[in-house]
Design a protein around this ligand. Structure first.
Ligand SMILES: [Zn+2]
Length: 394
């Protein structure tokens, strides 16, 4: 039986650094790990033995074609050694998934919300968690819960401060959830959770700093920064969607007027199409089919989103941005539109530096955001990160 994993085990220093390097760059040899982390060969070997003892790392023979002599043993993260439960809270439902540490969803479960009060919804979360935990190949091996919620979150304290979509204020999640499950919970805003998923499982693997933008019924952005020695990543949730574009504009979900979200979220599409009773998906389908009103609505909505993105670039000067959500809908060329806008509107000297990329997360993106939360907590209390460098061939 391996040593149990505790969140705090990984929080101090070197083991988290080594484990994250194995995750980012594996399969990787001990020699490359030492080069990458700056630790001595002896330290790396000792830490690797500990991680193997916890079933977090596995080894396999290297590639025989890599050169003359005996190939080095290569280390990888043991994706299947441990499991996590990821839960997303939506206004109308609670969606949970059992995943391995590689972000593969093994089972999922949805419960519908009938009473929106926090205690009632968190009771549903507890039920989903316990159900999925029982489904795990080995329930003892479920490390924790990653809970992604919309709104303003104090991730360190586990508190939801205010969530307009679900209407909660000042909810101390861990103490309520403790009534229903003994598993530890890590909480974050759901856009930041997705940014973590992009970092772990999507296009941003090994990318230090980026901005992740999600446009659906709401608009959110998470800013990922890195600094220190060894570099540590921080995920900053913003309320980008509630930047005010026009104080006399249409009413936003937050109750204020003229937020970017009221102009550039999917919910704005029916209004611009002059068909406020239709659903955003219907407008997108009509645009794809060539309907001129729908196409015009898509262009207007994308135009506002582009203005928001251009402002973000001017404020943050990022190198890489990932876009997720309705602009990636097939047949509307949303990303090309946004890239053109960046090219036309961002200042020379800045626009050449930034690339706008589509998310590489699948439809499971929202769920595996929760796994990424658990991983970040297990590995590093959410902040440690190894600066990726070119790894020379073994
Ligand atoms: Zn708003």
């Amino acid at each position: 039986m391996p040593e149990p994993i505790r969140f705090e085990d990984m929080s101090t220093g070197n083991r988290a650094t080594v484990l994250q390097a194995v995750r980012d760059m594996g399969p990787i040899s001990r020699a490359d790990l030492a080069r990458l982390t700056g630790f001595s060969a002896t330290s790396v070997s000792r830490i690797v033995e500990e991680l193997k003892g916890q079933d977090l790392v596995v080894e396999a023979p290297g590639n025989l074609e890599s050169g003359p002599g005996r190939p080095p043993t290569l280390l990888s993260l043991n994706d299947r050694g441990w499991f996590a439960v990821a839960v997303n809270v939506f206004p109308d439902r609670v969606h949970g998934g059992l995943t391995d540490l590689g972000g593969r969803v093994l089972a999922d479960e949805t419960l519908w919300v009938t009473d929106p009060a926090p205690e009632a919804v968190l009771a549903l979360v507890g039920r989903v968690v316990e159900q999925l935990r029982r489904d795990a190949p080995n329930p003892e091996r479920v490390v924790g819960i990653g809970l992604a919620v919309p709104g303003v979150v104090d991730a360190r304290r586990g508190e939801i401060r205010y969530s307009p979509p679900i209407g909660w204020r000042a909810v101390d999640v861990p103490s309520v959830l403790a009534r229903y499950t003994s598993l530890p919970v890590v909480l974050d805003n759901w856009v930041s959770a997705r940014a973590r998923a992009e970092r772990w499982f999507g296009g941003a693997t090994g990318v230090d700093e980026f901005v992740y933008i999600h446009a659906s019924r709401g608009i959110g952005a998470s800013v990922v920064r890195s600094g220190g020695i060894p570099p540590r990543q921080t995920f900053v949730s913003t309320e980008f969607g509630h930047v005010v574009v026009n104080p006399e504009g249409p009413r936003c979900r937050c109750g204020r007027r003229g937020c970017l979200e009221a102009y550039a979220s999917a919910d704005a599409l029916p209004r611009y199409a002059g068909q406020p009773d239709r659903r955003p998906e219907e407008i997108l389908a009509a645009a794809r089919a060539g309907d001129p009103d729908a196409r015009q609505a898509v262009a207007e909505t994308l135009g506002y989103l582009a203005l928001g993105i251009v402002s973000l670039i001017h404020m943050l000067n990022p190198n890489r941005m990932y876009v997720d959500g309705w602009p990636l809908t097939d047949g509307i060329d949303g990303l090309a539109f946004l890239r053109r806008a960046v090219d036309e509107r961002v200042l020379e000297g800045m626009k050449e530096q930034v690339s706008l990329e589509p998310t590489r997360l699948t439809e499971w993106g929202p769920l595996i955001g929760g796994v990424a939360l658990v991983l970040d907590a297990v590995l590093s209390r959410g902040e440690a990160h190894v600066k990726p460098v070119e790894v020379r061939g073994a």
